[in-house]
Ligand binder design. Structure first.
Ligand code: NDP
Length: 229
């Protein structure tokens, strides 16, 4: 029987590409959406509603789909602003969406994984979680938190046959970067040794690697064409 995969925030962008790549590889994919299922109806996946920042919503998700073999914590938000412009509400929304969600979903998924002595947890962090992004303090903190969480959980769950890894994308062409002007993008390409902006498929490729690697855990792989080194 094919392995069950849960991808959060799969209605578009990187999550959509990951859901598509795993479905094409023959996995049974559950893909969460929050606002729309329109895009997901084009893929051979099961769409499920979830607001990953909300504990009740995450409980309802796992009651609906049961145990999974592979969890990909992808859902996330970004916001640009200087520290003095950020409100406490901005901070809470960022940390709840990007980091508390990883705690909630990993906790729920790990129960079944521990029982089966097999599991893969793959967290989509960011290069800003590694090197820090100016005017994105709360985003960078949430993504750095994912890396610390990954390292700690890898140690805790390794003896149960579960690997926990992080992908830290650089600049990837999705709606998250819609605010960037053509000039901003050209400047980012200039800073990228491989000379282009990444695609969601580049990140999906790394997610497949972590799903299928048997002796790799606690790692953070930057998928950024050399950006931010
Ligand atoms: P998009 O904005 O294109 O997509 C984000 C996805 O997350 C959407 O499906 C959105 O669904 C979902 N989402 C947001 N908040 C919630 C929530 N509370 N509950 C459930 N789903 C939610 O972003 P990307 O595809 O670019 O980003 C995906 C991940 O990759 C994020 O974690 C991001 O931080 C990370 N990343 C992206 C980079 C980039 O350059 N694009 C670089 C580095 C990391 P909905 O709209 O329905 O809420």
């Amino acid at each position: 029987m094919s392995k069950k995969v849960l991808v959060t925030g799969a209605s578009r962008g990187i999550g959509y590409a990951i859901a598509e790549a795993f479905a094409n590889r023959g996995y049974t994919v559950f893909a969460t959406y929050r606002n729309t299922t329109d895009t997901l109806s084009q893929l051979p996946v099961t769409p499920v509603y979830c607001d990953v920042s909300d504990a009740e919503s995450v409980d309802a998700l796992f009651s609906q789909i049961g145990d999974v073999d592979i969890l990909i914590n992808n859902a996330g938000i970004s916001q640009f602003g200087t520290l003095s412009d950020l409100s406490e509400a901005d901070w809470d929304q960022m940390l709840n969406t990007n980091l508390k969600s990883v705690f909630l979903c990993s906790k729920a998924a790990s129960r079944g994984m521990i029982a089966k002595k097999f599991g893969r947890i793959i967290n989509i962090s960011s290069v800003w979680g590694v090197v820090g992004g100016s005017c994105e303090t709360h985003y960078s903190a949430s993504k750095a938190g994912m890396i610390g969480f990954t390292r700690a959980l890898a140690k805790e769950l390794g003896p149960s046959g579960i690997t926990v890894n992080c992908i830290a994308p650089g600049v990837i062409e999705t709606e998250m970067n819609a605010r960037l002007s053509a000039a901003d993008k050209a400047a980012l390409v200039d800073e990228t040794p491989l000379g282009r902006i990444g695609t969601p498929a580049d990140v999906a490729h790394a997610a497949l690697f972590f799903a299928e690697a048997e002796f790799v855990t606690g790692e953070t792989l930057i998928v950024g064409g050399g950006f931010g080194m």
